[in-house]
Ligand binder design. Structure first.
Ligand SMILES: C[S@@+](CC[C@H](N)C(=O)[O-])C[C@H]1O[C@@H](n2cnc3c(N)ncnc32)[C@H](O)[C@@H]1O
Length: 203
């Protein structure tokens, strides 16, 4: 089990985070998103895939005394698991896990399986997304699995917003970022060369 002690200490978690060696985001990625969250205090946070990242972001909202996390999750058993974990850490007021099964979507004549956009009505509609964290759907599902995030959520993003893409060191994620920047040149890219790579896009 990887150690997440410094993150737990920084955020004041009283018990260890329920880290899954194979599936949880790496500690350095969680450090990056929590540092940003504590500093910028985003109000509307959307994440693609739930888990330890939901606990970390929800805890930041609790510390900030503002902000809410909407976590899109395609696996019903992971919805339940994440909800139970949020409850076990008394953080469920700060995060809604939205069951959002993967469904077919066509973008630029390519087929993708992505979170069902019909479930997005649960996300507060008046305010726009200030922070978007992308750690799903899993890469093995399809080529460029996480590409749809930006084209699909584009109209819901705040004018000033930040996007964090995990696993950005992989070839697919490098392609995805290249496509995004070509399509949406108003974003500026910072690449963090950490354990799995993180691309941060800001507008
Ligand atoms: C990389 S994981 C999400 C990790 C999450 N952001 C975190 O930091 O814990 C992406 C997706 O994999 C799925 N997943 C999580 N744990 C799994 C497991 N043990 N077996 C199969 N799929 C899993 C869930 O649907 C999850 O949304």
């Amino acid at each position: 089990m990887p150690g997440y002690n410094s993150l737990e200490k920084k955020l004041g978690f009283l018990k260890p985070l329920p880290v899954d060696e194979n599936w949880s985001a790496a500690e350095d990625f969680l450090q990056l998103i929590s540092d940003f969250c504590l500093q910028e205090k985003p109000r509307v946070i959307v994440e693609c895939s739930s888990g330890v990242s939901s606990l970390v972001l929800a805890r930041c909202c609790q510390l900030n005394r503002q902000g809410h996390v909407y976590s899109l999750e395609n696996g019903s058993r992971f919805v339940k698991q994440s909800e139970q974990q949020l409850s076990a850490y008394s953080l469920n007021d700060y995060c809604d896990v939205i069951f959002s099964p993967l469904t077919g979507i066509v973008l630029n004549a390519e087929n993708y399986q992505w979170y069902d956009i019909n479930t997005f009505s649960e996300i507060e509609t008046e305010s726009r997304i200030d922070m978007l964290v992308i750690d799903g759907p899993p890469g093995f599902l399809q080529k460029n699995s996480r590409y749809p995030a930006l084209p699909v959520l584009m109209t819901r993003l705040a004018d000033s917003c930040s996007i964090f893409l995990d696993d950005a060191g992989r070839d697919d994620e490098k392609n995805i970022v290249e496509y995004w920047l070509r399509q949406f040149p108003e974003f500026q890219l910072t690449y963090i060369d950490n354990e799995r790579g993180c691309s941060i896009l800001k507008r």
